[in-house]
Design a protein around this ligand. Structure first.
Ligand code: IPD
Ligand code: CA
Ligand code: CA
Length: 276
């Protein structure tokens, strides 16, 4: 199967998953619980993960999977063979609260590099796709990252981990970004934040997330011309495109300036009031 046929299969699975998600909301047909103490999960997250697993099993029975609910085995992050990376619902809190920023995210990697990505947002009617080296698309139309070249006019998205004790250090970053940039968005889906950078609605995104949150969106953002990397070097032996700590994905012209600002904030060396 060539890459575009794989993409078509992945997109069909994501769209079928999207229909399940929309139906579950319409029918009020889901229950919620907490996993690992602080993280909300619904039975739709699980059902969608199962449906995608069954679809991948049918078409690609020998290929490994890294999926949030059924196979969150981080060992897979080091393997180099074919690997499917799936977030059945990115934006579970939004889903449970009736908000629209919800996505199904599917990437396929080889040698630790994303070859294709699909992010499908069923309530928004938006499907983002990319194949490596072939550009990025929203509902079949080519998309490009923004040309923002000043932090002062840049709209920046981020998110916060579920673990509350990990949130406090991020407030320094937030204060610096609010001081220097146009404003901040916390939309609740890392995959869609990356796609919004890809199509120039947002100028930048930074966060630490899991591989399933960003594998597809990162490829889409890169293929749209965004600059993507990490604030600090990726540990050796890990694949960068599966390593989600301190991601920074931006319009090309602001990448260095925003990286510098965030590192200054981490070191508690940012002096507020430096905005232009
Ligand atoms: C979450 C979303 C959110 C991000 C969190 C993720 P989930 O994924 O992507 O935007 O800030 O870190 O865990 O739990 O809804 O799949
Ligand atoms: Ca997620
Ligand atoms: Ca999820």
């Amino acid at each position: 199967m060539d890459l575009s046929q794989r993409l078509a299969r992945a997109q069909a699975l994501a769209e079928a998953a999207g229909e399940m998600i929309v139906a579950a909301r319409r029918d009020h047909g889901f229950s919620t619980r907490m996993k690992a103490g602080q993280e909300l999960v619904t039975d739709v997250d699980l059902a969608v993960d199962e449906a995608i697993r069954d679809g991948l099993d049918r078409d690609f029975p020998d290929e490994a999977r890294l999926t949030e609910e059924l196979a969150p085995d981080r060992e897979a992050m080091q393997q180099s063979g074919p690997l499917w990376v799936v977030d059945p619902i990115d934006g579970t809190v939004n889903f449970a609260h009736g908000l629209a920023h919800v996505a199904v995210s599917i990437a396929w990697m080889e040698h630790g590099k994303a070859q294709l990505g699909v992010v499908h947002a069923p309530f928004l009617g938006q499907t983002f796709t990319a194949m490596r080296g072939q550009g990025a698309f929203l509902n079949g139309q080519r998309i490009r990252a923004s040309r923002a070249d000043r932090l002062a006019s840049s709209l920046v998205a981020t998110g916060f981990p579920y673990r509350r004790d990990s949130r406090a250090p991020l407030l320094r970053r937030l204060a610096a970004v609010l001081d220097r940039c146009r404003d901040v968005r916390r939309n609740g889906s890392a995959a869609l934040d990356l796609c919004d950078v890809a199509c120039g609605r947002l100028d930048a995104y930074y966060e630490s997330v899991s591989p399933w949150d960003f594998a597809a969106g990162l490829l889409i953002a890169r293929e749209a011309g965004a600059s993507a990397g990490h604030l600090y070097p990726c540990p050796s032996g890990l694949h960068e495109e599966l390593y989600g700590e301190n991601l920074l994905v931006t319009a090309p012209a602001i990448h260095d300036a925003l990286g510098e600002l965030l590192r200054l904030a981490d070191e508690d060396r940012y002096e507020p009031g430096q905005g232009d």
